[in-house]
Ligand binder design. Structure first.
Ligand code: ACO
Length: 376
């Protein structure tokens, strides 16, 4: 008798976990007991990283030490040889390819690379989380023939990234928006990239290898790559006036509309409303809310037609675009946040490990007769 469930492991529970809870019917997302709505309103990405890795909110002293470590140049910097490596890559290399390659290469320089103890893995997670923005920003500058900007230890994780991208400090609204976006993307239970990271970790492979697995899975357009695709759709639609006709035709053509639908949520993704609000505020400050207006029309039509709702990827790009971030950097930015969640899951997996090795229901031949090649 077949024991096969629905395709794509839908609704299959593969493990217990204390990190993240999703209520797909209520539209709630909770990290370590804390609703993301509260974290978005009151916390910082730096504090959320602590929460995910250590299981609870830090006290004042713990937070100060953690923030100091996250901002230290010793953790944020990438070796000069990495910069040489980036310069050797073809300029057309996409930022996601650079991130996947760069994180893999960084393990060659990491003093704890071969050590899988919890202490060493937390140190590696901290370096990976703080080096990732340096790597992403360095490639942005190198591919445009500019010199990378060194990290600034006086700036928060989010402000420092925008500073390294653009060579100047961000406005308070841009810093806040970016930080909330990072909080909202930091973890999401057993999504595809986190599961990939856990499968790798469960072979007792190391933190860098698990994070590279996560990056590879995040890249696809059905997962983190959707935020780039949403912005490409907005660019095709061009203006709020043409949005209704464009999306009705796409729906009639049975197109898959990026930024909608979810394996777990049956209502609107709780992250979408925050990103819509932030994209609107930034757009108003910049005097152009066209992207959000286009997406509002698209959302109205898609939800009315298909009963599917916006997910996290619908509005994030509109905010990043207003900050001047190029579209192909949206998914690397997702990874800059999700690395915190991936690392938390690797730590949890290593804390109570068993190899993840499911079975397939075989549907091929079982007793084929081998025929030598000259007789076929
Ligand atoms: N546009 C059009 N139709 C859709 C969409 C969409 N975005 N999403 C789901 N549907 C329809 C499917 O056509 C299907 O209809 P059918 O039953 O009539 O054939 C039904 O809804 C179920 O869709 P599945 O693809 O089977 O749902 P699944 O749970 O496998 O997929 C997924 C979830 C991949 C997120 C899907 O909704 C999708 O492709 N969305 C667009 C890509 C996207 O935005 N991805 C980001 C998700 S959030 C994240 O990963 C960070």
């Amino acid at each position: 008798m077949s024991s096969l469930g629905k395709a794509g492991l839908e609704d299959v529970v593969v493990s217990t976990s204390d990190i993240c809870f999703i209520d797909g019917r209520e539209g709630r997302l909770v990290y370590r007991g804390f609703d993301v709505d509260d974290l978005a309103a009151h916390s910082s990405f730096e504090e959320v990283v602590y929460l995910l890795w250590h299981g609870g909110l830090p006290n004042k002293k713990e937070l100060a030490a953690h923030v100091k470590a996250m901002r230290s140049t010793a953790n944020r910097k990438i070796p000069p040889k990495m910069i040489q490596m980036l310069r050797a890559l073809p300029k057309k290399t996409t930022p996601m390819e650079v991130l996947r390659t760069g994180i893999s290469a960084l393990s060659a320089f990491d003093p704890d690379a071969a050590d899988n103890s919890r202490e060493a893995s937390v140190r590696k997670a901290l370096r990976l989380t703080t080096q990732m923005p340096t790597l992403v920003a360095a490639w942005e500058r190198i591919r445009h023939g500019k010199a990378p900007v060194a990290p600034n230890p006086r700036l928060s994780h989010s402000a420092n990234f925008l500073y390294m991208m653009f060579g100047k400090k961000p406005t308070p609204l841009a810093e806040k928006t970016f930080d909330v976006a990072l909080i909202l993307h930091a973890d999401h239970e057993f999504n595809a990239s986190t599961f990939a990271a856990r499968v790798t970790a469960a072979t007792l492979s190391d933190m860098h290898s698990a994070i590279v697995s996560g990056i590879g899975a995040l890249k696809g357009p059905l997962h983190g790559g959707a935020n780039e695709q949403v912005m490409l759709m907005v660019e095709k639609i061009k203006s709020p006036a043409t949005a209704g006709a464009w999306i009705r035709k796409a729906l009639a053509d049975k197109a898959r509309i990026m930024g909608f639908g979810h394996r777990v949520y049956r209502v609107e993704d709780p992250r979408a409303k925050h990103l819509r609000r932030l994209a609107t505020e930034l757009g108003e400050q910049a005097g152009n809310t066209d992207s959000v207006r286009i997406l509002d029309t698209v959302a109205r039509e898609v939800t009315a037609d298909k009963k599917i709702y916006p997910n996290v990827d619908l509005f994030s790009g509109a905010a990043y675009k207003t900050m001047g971030i190029p579209t192909d950097q949206f998914t690397p930015i997702f990874a800059m946040s999700r690395v915190a969640g991936w690392a938390a899951h690797v730590l949890e997996q290593h804390g109570n490990n068993r190899l993840i090795r499911p079975r397939a229901e075989y549907t091929g031949a079982t007793r084929a007769t081998y025929v030598p090649v000259d007789q076929r």
